[in-house]
Design a protein around this ligand. Structure first.
Ligand code: SF4
Length: 385
């Protein structure tokens, strides 16, 4: 029997692609992503480099979903952004009537001119890095927009796009449940179709992490954070949003299809510094340093820093864990048909224990998390990996 996924003859070809744009005005104090601050002088080199990386595909690959994330993709000057989108459309053609092409946008960058450029290039979904509608919280987060500007950006974007998503952060130092409720109330009054909610995390390498260690800031308690999470589920559900993934909510039919690729364990291409792809059973990660990424491409070298050929067991276990992030869970038949028996049996034994403890439940042929498991779900998965 084949041991690595790449040995199998019928690995599906990716129909999803992620492109990472690493530029930001400045680094927010809580951020540990692959970004570079204030490097406008690298933007043209970056667009040229991604175009070269795309051309390594050799032939155009039709896509169902494309996601341009960052960083701040809308920081690219419009002429460069246009070239960037044209390259993507050339190498990764997408039927925009049926496909989903998302770009992340900074609220301050959203204008009718930008939206027109995006629409005419094929983008049909905008995801706004809003984080909050409250100025004090936005200042605490080191963001350069204010609540009124986020509201204005949503209104402008919704005139051009049927699908508008907003990210909201909770659990910011000093934040109360009432502050968080007010953010949720504001969001559901606006013309958005999707909300992603995240609890603030303190990652090593981010300025907030060292401030927390020094005692300059105090994290909200676990109890308050839990209440904020359950408040989001209640309030957004009451407003008609379906809670379809641990951190994501959408109006009916407006889930993020691109992210569902990851949760379903399907393959995807990825381009840009630090971008991770999964193609033919192999996971590859590009160099995280934007400078190294640029230099390697410019000198004709591969941008890939890491390559991991997944074996059956790892893939089956990871696929299960990622799939369990979806509220509908994982279809048992789907796992049994693709997985290796002994791995499935190990997973099955663990599922039984978690069902007995009330963390998981069976529903319509799917194994899914119970409501009780949602806030602590990250702690469950180590037992499957
Ligand atoms: S805008 Fe987003 S990606 Fe850029 S530094 Fe802030 S949190 Fe990080």
């Amino acid at each position: 029997m084949a041991n690595s996924l790449s040995d199998l003859p019928l690995q599906p070809k990716p129909t999803a692609a992620y492109l990472h744009v690493p530029f930001c005005h400045r680094r927010c104090p809580y951020c540990s992503f692959t970004v570079v601050a204030d490097r406008q002088d690298w933007m043209e080199r970056y667009v040229n480099a991604v175009t070269v990386e795309l051309s390594l595909l050799n032939t155009a690959r039709p896509m169902n979903t494309i996601f341009i994330g960052g960083g701040t993709p809308t920081l690219l000057p419009h002429d460069l952004l246009q070239r960037f989108l044209d390259s993507i459309a050339h190498w990764l053609p997408i039927d925009t009537a049926r496909g989903e092409w998302t770009i992340e946008a900074n609220p301050n960058d959203v204008s009718d001119e930008l939206c027109k450029l995006l629409r005419q290039s094929g983008v049909n979904r905008v995801s706004l890095g809003g984080q909050s509608f409250q100025d004090t919280k936005l200042i605490m987060l080191g963001r350069d927009h204010r609540g009124g500007q986020l509201q204005q950006a949503i209104r402008i974007a919704s005139r051009w796009f049927d699908e508008v998503s907003v990210d909201l952060i909770f659990g910011v130092p000093g934040e109360t449940i009432d502050h968080w409720r007010s953010d949720l109330d504001c969001a559901v009054e606006l013309p958005i179709t999707h909300v992603s909610t995240y609890g603030l995390t303190y990652e090593k390498g981010a300025r907030y992490w060292s401030r927390l260690q020094r005692g300059d800031i105090v994290a909200v308690s676990e109890e308050v954070e839990l209440e904020m999470y359950t408040t989001a589920i209640e309030n957004l559900s009451q407003a008609g949003f379906e809670h379809y993934e641990v951190s994501n909510f959408s109006l009916p039919g407006s889930s993020c299809r691109h992210n569902e690729t990851y949760w379903n364990g399907e393959p995807w291409y990825a381009f840009g510094p630090g971008a991770a792809s999964f193609v033919d059973g192999v996971r590859r990660v590009n160099h995280r340093s934007t400078g190294t990424y640029l230099k390697r491409i410019e000198s004709g070298e591969s941008p890939i820093a890491e390559e991991d050929v997944l074996d059956w067991e790892t893939w089956t276990r990871e696929r299960f864990v990622f799939g369990m992030r979806k509220r509908k869970g994982v279809g048992w038949e789907c796992l049994v048909n693709v997985g290796k028996c002994e791995t499935i049996e190990t997973i099955q034994r663990q599922i039984k224990l978690h069902v007995q403890d009330g963390w998981l439940e069976w529903c319509d042929g799917h194994i899914k998390m119970t409501t009780k498991a949602l806030p602590v779900s990250d702690g469950l998965w180590k037992d499957y990996l």
